[in-house]
Design a binder for this molecule. Structure first.
Ligand code: BGC
Length: 236
């Protein structure tokens, strides 16, 4: 594969706690298919999730390689944690299993990392937080990823983690008003902690935000979760 070959197509896959999304990107990272989505199978064990991806892919046409954003820690294509999916994902060889199934090379990264790669400018300290089923986080310094931040599982307030206070379950439990108050506090803490130049907020629940965001904080479209898929192959 060469960088100049515009025909190389990347299938981007975003595995989430509530939905699985796919889209094909051209060599410049521009979408060339309509995004496909299905509800995440329950229980979200590896086999039904892989089957869901395989069936979504049938509507996406041709592609040459696959980028996956996974909602947990990933190391060399192996999924290490999956708090919002199923314990069967611990030590699962997602990259090779999906490669064998779909017959194309696969790279897998954390979902917030992939979202960040689709959103950042590549300059300075940039923090990405995703608000969905879980609380995702990714930190970049001059475009280079600081791996495995996993801020979602760090203590935030009242003896609970960011994810326990701001994940989907918390939003459903306490309602939008209290969730917004919590999020405002979390943003202030994170800006202070990382002195970041930019904080990007992604994920489906950004549409629930009702307060005015402080300077340097912006909401990125949910599609960045898939668009970041192109960055996984920059070394090719
Ligand atoms: C996981 C992270 C993930 C986030 C968003 C958290 O529970 O530990 O790895 O990025 O959820 O999906």
């Amino acid at each position: 594969m060469t960088k100049t070959d515009k025909s190389i197509r990347t299938l981007a896959v975003d595995i989430g706690g509530s939905g699985i999304k796919v889209m094909v990107l051209d060599e410049d990272g521009q979408p060339i298919t309509e995004r496909g989505r299905v509800e995440t199978p329950q229980p979200p064990k590896p086999e039904p999730v892989l089957a869901a991806i395989a069936s979504l892919v049938t509507e996406q046409g041709e592609f040459d390689r696959i980028s996956v954003g996974f909602p947990g820690v990933v190391s060399n294509g192996i999924t290490k944690t999956a708090v919002n999916l199923d314990p069967d994902w611990v030590e699962f060889d997602l990259a090779n299993t999906l490669k064998d199934r779909l017959g194309k090379p696969v790279r897998v990264v954390n979902d917030a990392d992939m979202q960040g790669m689709g959103a950042i400018s590549g300059k300075g300290v940039e923090l990405v937080i995703t608000l969905g089923t879980g609380f995702g986080s990714a930190l970049f310094v001059d475009g280079k990823l600081v791996p495995n931040l996993e801020a979602g599982h760090h203590p935030f307030r009242k003896g609970e983690t960011y994810e326990q206070q701001l994940g989907r379950v918390a939003l459903d439990e306490v309602g939008q008003k209290r969730w917004n108050r919590r999020l405002e506090k979390a943003i202030a803490i994170l800006l202070n902690l990382f002195s970041c130049d930019c904080l990007y907020l992604g994920g489906g629940n950004t549409k629930k935000i009702t307060f005015e965001l402080p300077p340097r904080v912006t909401i990125v479209p949910n599609v960045s979760g898939l668009l970041g898929g192109i960055a996984l192959w920059r070394d090719e």
